[in-house]
Design a protein around this ligand. Sequence first.
Ligand SMILES: Cc1cc2nc3c(=O)[nH]c(=O)nc-3n(C[C@H](O)[C@H](O)[C@H](O)COP(=O)(O)OP(=O)(O)OC[C@H]3O[C@@H](n4cnc5c(N)ncnc54)[C@H](O)[C@@H]3O)c2cc1C
Ligand code: FES
Length: 261
Amino acid sequence: MVEQTVQIVSNERNTDLYFRLVVRAPQIAPTVQPGQFAHVRILPLKDALLRRPFSIFQVQGDTFSILYKAVGKGTEVLSRMHTGEELSAIGPLGHGFTVPQPGGEIPLLVAGGYGMAAMYLLAQRSPQKGIVFVGGRRRVDILCEDDFRALGWDVRATTEDGSHGEKGLVTQPLIAELKHGNAGRKLFACGPTPMLKAVGKIAEEFNVPAELSMDEHMCCGVGVCLTCVIPVKTGDGWEYQRTCTEGPVFDSRHVIWEVAK
Ligand SMILES: Cc1cc2nc3c(=O)[nH]c(=O)nc-3n(C[C@H](O)[C@H](O)[C@H](O)COP(=O)(O)OP(=O)(O)OC[C@H]3O[C@@H](n4cnc5c(N)ncnc54)[C@H](O)[C@@H]3O)c2cc1C
Ligand code: FES
């Protein structure tokens, strides 16, 4: 993990409120593992010292990219930044997804909204191609289907308003798929907490392993401030663990949903 000043290579609109940012980060990009994130300080935001966490979407040579939604002060300023401008990034951070072994489980990825960004490197580095279930409220929330298709993955899209793919929740086609067969499958999910909770329940019902990337608010991003903790089962009890360091990816069987902060 290093802190470095990174230069913007491109910062383009992806769909509606979503943007793709590519930065040159020679000390960070080569060591990124699937599911890890970068903690970014948006330098023109002079009155805001806090960094913003973003999943690392793609890596190419000495660059990495993120897919982000302009939701507030930081991401709106970020969306107006141009090629050549600088940001400060700490990364790669966090404990990411376990990449399947050759001949191992068939991965079923479940992604909601910007959760798709966290799953791309896993799909790219998995020796087995599987299915990626992508969901969002509207068509504009389905961010990077073509990137997954270009890797040879089967992409099943759902939108809640039916404007793209099957109408409904992303978990519906997942359940249908698991009813066909659950042996040798493993779930990986990233998205809003209610979706993660539903995926955890489905994993339990169908008796398949699952890794969930938890979405918690973060301040320091490096394990010091404890804003990001969640309750996690351990041996014979439970403890709070930091999503920025022990996570963001956890085994779904270890996440305790009932004792939410
Ligand atoms: C591990 C991790 C990976 C992430 N990856 C991505 C990504 O790939 N793409 C992306 O667009 N966003 C991602 N996020 C969320 C992103 O960090 C926030 O959207 C961002 O910090 C908002 O900054 P802001 O200054 O624009 O918003 P603020 O002005 O700080 O807040 C605006 C709104 O955003 C909400 N918000 C802030 N943090 C989060 C969060 N962690 N989760 C959900 N909502 C939040 C606030 O509650 C508020 O409603 C990730 C978060 C985490 C913890
Ligand atoms: S964000 Fe500070 S400990 Fe995790």
